[in-house]
Ligand binder design. Structure first.
Ligand SMILES: Nc1nc2c(ncn2[C@@H]2O[C@H](COP(=O)(O)OP(=O)(O)O)[C@@H](O)[C@H]2O)c(=O)[nH]1
Ligand SMILES: [Mg+2]
Length: 317
């Protein structure tokens, strides 16, 4: 399981002060009170977003605040309300108020949850006029907006694992199927955590390092295999241009068995990648061989939207 977390300070807008003012013009030397009300401070809300990478933003942006209300003006002019602030937090994030320990989870992308309330604007002196006091020299101050600190925690479990030998096109597929931007053609063992992306609400993990010996810890493969255990579906990528497709496929399957035989029970989609690099004729021959094996397979190229669409359908089926 991968955990992402951040702590943020949130400040809702202060209310604008009410104004103290009296009507003055050529006709009226000593008019009644006309101080307007201050605007309300902006609220701070949370809405969910299907992009878990947004949490990392709050490592750098630790303070967020909504706009203050504008103070009231002469001639009963109302101050404008401060703009609300809506922060986007990945769906699945647990948000805990650090002072009260109250917490809630961001469940979807449609609901908007208030997390800090803006201060009410103060009333202007016009509102304090009474029968006995026609000239109140008094207006209300705007209230302070709420100020709170929150702990944000997102636990990610990959639903789908992209497996296959190095260079089989896993990272490329992740980048075209999801919002992730993994390094393509990167040396496979440079990262210690799998790259993740979201597709239709499902988390896809690009599991690098599956080579012969991975289950015994070679090339950090076992670190990555533990992520495979949690996934529901495996997308097994095999480079269609490789010399021995069967051997490539079996090398990876064998590492799965050695690590945990139950991994073989998972639904697996065999994906022959980089189909654009091979002539149709050769692809047909390969297909004929696979058909005899009675396996679920797809032939895919990152340059063929049609093939990617079919892959998405197979994953979501
Ligand atoms: N022509 C072509 N090249 C691809 C395709 N998918 C991946 N590649 C290339 O194959 C190489 C390895 O891809 P990568 O996604 O890094 O493989 P990984 O090691 O399994 O993550 C890179 O140079 C990619 O640009 C494809 O569909 N067509
Ligand atoms: Mg890769």
């Amino acid at each position: 399981m991968l955990i992402d977390e951040a702590t943020i300070s949130v400040k809702a807008g202060n209310g604008g002060n009410g104004s103290v003012s009296f009507k003055r013009n050529a006709q009226t030397a000593k008019g009644g009170p006309d101080g307007g009300n201050g605007g309300n401070g902006g609220n701070v809300y949370v809405v969910g977003i299907n992009d878990f990478t947004t949490l990392t933003e709050f490592r750098y942006k630790k303070n967020v605040r909504a706009e203050d209300g504008i103070k009231g003006g002469k001639q009963n002019l109302y101050g404008r309300n401060g703009k609300e602030l809506v922060i986007q937090i990945p769906v699945g994030t647990q948000i805990t108020n650090l002072a009260t320990k109250e917490s809630f989870e961001v469940l979807d992308t449609t609901s908007k949850t208030l997390i800090a309330k803006g201060g009410k604007g103060g009333r202007g002196n016009n509102e304090f006029k009474t029968a006995t006091n026609q000239t109140p020299y008094y207006a209300e101050k705007g209230e302070q907006g709420e100020e709170k600190r929150f702990f944000l925690e997102l636990k990610l479990i990959a639903d789908i694992g992209l497996i296959g030998l190095p260079n089989s096109g896993k990272s490329s597929l992740l980048s075209v199927l999801t919002n992730a931007h993994p390094k393509i053609g990167d040396y496979p063992f440079t990262t210690l955590e799998p790259n993740l992306g979201v597709m239709g609400g499902l988390v896809l993990a690009d599991i690098p390092g599956l080579i012969e010996g991975a289950s015994r810890g070679k090339g950090l493969g076992d670190r990555f295999l533990k992520h495979v255990e949690k996934t529901r579906i495996l997308i097994h990528c095999v480079d269609i241009t490789a010399d021995d497709l069967k051997r490539n496929y079996e090398t990876v399957r064998n590492e799965l068995i050695l690590y945990n035989p139950q991994l073989l029970q998972k639904k697996e989609i065999l994906v022959l990648t980089k189909a654009d690099l091979l002539e149709q004729e050769k692809i047909k021959k390969i297909e004929n061989k696979i058909k005899r094996l009675n396996k679920n397979y797809l032939i895919v190229s990152i340059y063929s939207t049609e093939s990617l669409k079919k892959l998405k359908e197979a994953i979501l089926a």
